[in-house]
Design a protein around this ligand. Structure first.
Ligand SMILES: [Zn+2]
Length: 103
């Protein structure tokens, strides 16, 4: 399986082909590489409502179900990942601490 062509769009940062999916865990939008990748750690499926859903493939549940395909989250491959979009991203460095404003 692979995403239907009408799902495929391009990353605004690196113009790689991606598909937008909703995470099955919490319904957030997540970009995933459009091209299936057996090394990827997520499984994408097309819902009955025509929306793509993505779930993380875990060691506990590594099997890919019928109708799913394995792919790589675009965050993992984008050469210029977006960091400012309020995600729970890790701090870039533990060594540098911003000094809080003091009044
Ligand atoms: Zn990108």
């Amino acid at each position: 399986m692979k995403p239907a062509s009408h799902h495929v769009t391009r990353c605004r940062r690196c113009s790689a082909p991606i598909v937008w999916c909703l995470t099955s865990a919490n319904g957030k939008r997540q970009p995933v590489d459009a091209e299936p990748d057996e090394a990827g750690n997520v499984a994408v499926s097309s819902g009955a409502d025509g929306v793509l859903y993505v779930r993380t493939v875990t060691t506990a549940r590594p099997e890919i179900r019928p109708g799913e395909w394995q792919a790589m989250p675009h965050h993992a491959t984008c050469p210029s990942p977006k960091r400012s979009n309020g995600g729970a991203q890790r701090a870039t460095s533990g060594a540098v601490r911003p000094v809080p404003w003091q009044r």
